[in-house]
Design a protein around this ligand. Structure first.
Ligand SMILES: O=C(O)COP(=O)(O)O
Ligand SMILES: [Mg+2]
Length: 227
């Protein structure tokens, strides 16, 4: 691939929803089970697609309030209802994006440490990685409730690097949204964005980053052995 930015990262950090895994079906099911239980109108999967990226509390808030009204107390209660339903459906319809397993195997074969950095809460992240059979590839997982802040704050990617024993400038982030781009850039880390994921309704090619991947396998074109 000519013209592609090339990196020799000492670690690669992956976003989860929309980058490694297509989870929108389960998120939409849990959201609509929550809305049904609360007696509120259903949302289309396309609407819910735009609400994914800043964690479950934000997803629930947007389901409850976009074009509708809900009190803070109702939103708080709805988060608990969502979590109860998501715990049941998490992973049921999820799939690994094409090329991801090959990429993970290739990076593993090159002994490059890998991490997941996701805004999804840990109680859902770890079982999902296990269920999809990819947990073993990752040296560490930083989830949306590991720290008091989520992406786009750079603290999560910094923590992942610290746990893997690399400095952020020597790592590479792979994500699908401005949350991933900003968190990496805030930590001084290059970032590639996949164009097949969820980017909160923002065209991914308008987000500043070091390269776009229309297919996960293209990541391998960007990674070259250190000189
Ligand atoms: O939980 C979300 O809203 C998004 O999760 P992600 O950071 O893995 O994309
Ligand atoms: Mg994502």
């Amino acid at each position: 691939m000519s013209g592609a930015a090339r990196f020799s990262p000492r670690a690669v950090l992956f976003d989860l929803d929309g980058t490694l895994l297509d989870t929108i079906g389960d998120l939409a099911d849990a959201a609509n089970l929550m809305l049904a239980e609360l007696g509120r109108p259903q949302r289309s999967q396309d609407e819910i697609h735009r609400f994914v990226g800043k964690g479950i509390p934000n997803l629930v808030r947007r389901c409850m309030t976009e074009g509708r009204t809900a009190s803070e107390t109702e939103i708080d209660a709805a988060v608990d209802v969502f979590r109860r339903h998501y715990a049941v459906v998490n992973g049921r319809r999820a799939s690994i994006y094409p090329g991801i397993e090959e990429v993970l195997r290739a990076l593993d074969a090159r002994a490059i440490p890998l991490a997941v950095v996701t805004n999804k809460a840990e109680a859902f992240t770890l079982p999902l990685l296990e269920r999809m059979g990819i947990a073993g590839y990752f040296g560490t997982v930083v989830s949306g409730d590991t720290l008091p802040v989520k992406k786009p704050d750079p603290a999560m990617v910094r923590l992942a690097c610290e746990r893997l024993g690399v400095v952020p400038a020597e790592a590479l982030m792979v994500g699908d949204s401005a949350n991933d781009a900003l968190s990496a850039q805030g930590a001084g880390m290059p970032v590639l964005l996949v164009s097949y994921g969820y980017s909160e309704g923002v065209p991914v090619d308008t987000i500043e980053c070091d390269g776009l991947l229309s297919d996960a396998l293209q990541l391998l074109d960007h990674i070259v052995p250190a000189q």
